[in-house]
Design a protein around this ligand. Structure first.
Ligand SMILES: CC(C)(COP(=O)(O)OP(=O)(O)OC[C@H]1O[C@@H](n2cnc3c(N)ncnc32)[C@H](O)[C@@H]1OP(=O)(O)O)[C@@H](O)C(=O)NCCC(=O)NCCS
Length: 145
């Protein structure tokens, strides 16, 4: 049940933010509105018919490179392959745009996300120290398309 996001999904996307990130690292309504409306963005949501959103992911594309900017799955529907399906769908979109590779940044302490990306074939490219604040580093990862 993966579909492009609409502005009508905004409220439920913000609920996913609350379940997925600490207050200081959550994206705002304005940030998500910019994603949904952005011409170079591809925002996907997952929902069972008649239910709340299970997950969301947003991707960008520029030149030969696409980026996975965010992926969040509702806490009670994790480990069912939802994030994997979202990333694979974004990968197909990036390929259709002509991208040669898909990049992302992930906090080095975010084990769930790291394992997800490794399982999907992403490989470490570089580390950005203090990227998320003092002592909170980012790993840049990429997969060829
Ligand atoms: C990271 C996140 C998106 C994963 O979503 P998910 O739908 O549970 O992921 P999947 O079910 O597709 O998992 C695929 C694989 O990733 C790995 N993985 C995912 N969560 C894991 C965990 N908690 N511990 C270990 N491995 C994990 C596993 O290899 C898993 O395969 P398996 O279940 O067959 O063992 C989810 O935990 C989440 O929303 N976290 C909060 C937001 C966040 O940190 N987003 C990423 C940065 S933007």
């Amino acid at each position: 049940m993966i579909a492009p996001a609409a502005l009508a999904d905004l409220e439920e996307i913000l609920e996913l933010e609350e379940g997925g990130f600490d207050e200081g690292t959550r994206w705002s309504a304005d940030a998500w509105r910019t994603e949904i409306e952005g011409a170079d963005r591809h925002v996907l949501v997952v929902r069972q018919p008649g239910e709340r959103l299970d997950g969301v992911a947003t991707f960008s594309f520029a030149g030969e490179t696409a980026d996975l900017l965010r992926v969040i799955v509702r806490p009670d529907t994790r480990r069912r392959g939802i994030a994997s399906d979202l990333v694979k769908a974004g990968r197909r979109w990036a390929t259709s745009q002509g991208a040669q590779r898909l990049l992302l940044e992930v906090e080095t302490e975010n084990a769930s996300a790291l394992w997800l990306y490794v399982k999907l074939g992403f490989e470490p490219l570089a580390e950005r120290r203090d990227y998320y604040g003092t002592g909170r580093h980012a790993l840049v990862m990429e997969v060829a398309l």
